[in-house]
Write a protein that binds this ligand. Sequence first.
Ligand code: CDP
Length: 205
Amino acid sequence: MRFLVAIDGPAAAGKGTISKAVAAHFSLAHLDTGLLYRAVGAKVLAGADPVEAAKALTPEDLQVDTLRTAEVAQAASRVAVDAQVRQCLVDFQRSFAGRDGGAVLDGRDIGTVICPDAQAKLFVTASAETRAERRYLELIGKGHDTTREIVLADVKARDARDAGRAEAPMIAADDAVFIDTSAMSIEQAVARAIEIVNAAYTAQN
Ligand code: CDP
């Protein structure tokens, strides 16, 4: 049996934490697809051509520890507009999704483009201010030098670019279940996500 969970949503909505928790709960592998775009963005900041960088991406490129900065996030959302870049990254994502047992993938277009056949689809969101505050605390906690203003501007700019692009825009799939985490603790958001995924899991078994 292959069980696929697609988790999409805007910048810093908590997809990463929720996806990891869902993957652990159901013993599934997890792929943070944003890291692929961040890795390409980081290479472009270092002078590479976006399409060549996407073609040549290796698993080691995903381990680079500067991928979480707002600068790389912006570069990621700029390269993510390019249809050719996206195409280069499709096979990697689909083959990850195709592994035995299944997987949890999080990103912007998982439920709509990468895994439209996923058994469970979530769209995780929160107000821009809430998301920016959480990301700010996360970055500061990891020792990054940033401000609330920079993080909020990054979140808003990426949301607009990600939702507005022609190719695979960020949008909830018709059959996605929304979780607005603005007024939820992370524990509550994880519990709600597991509840939704469990309903799909039970229906399949
Ligand atoms: O963690 P956060 O939500 O801030 O961002 P991310 O998931 O790491 O994604 C970084 C950028 O990659 C996004 O702003 C999108 O432009 C792009 N992305 C995408 O286009 N499609 C995906 N499936 C995942 C990320």
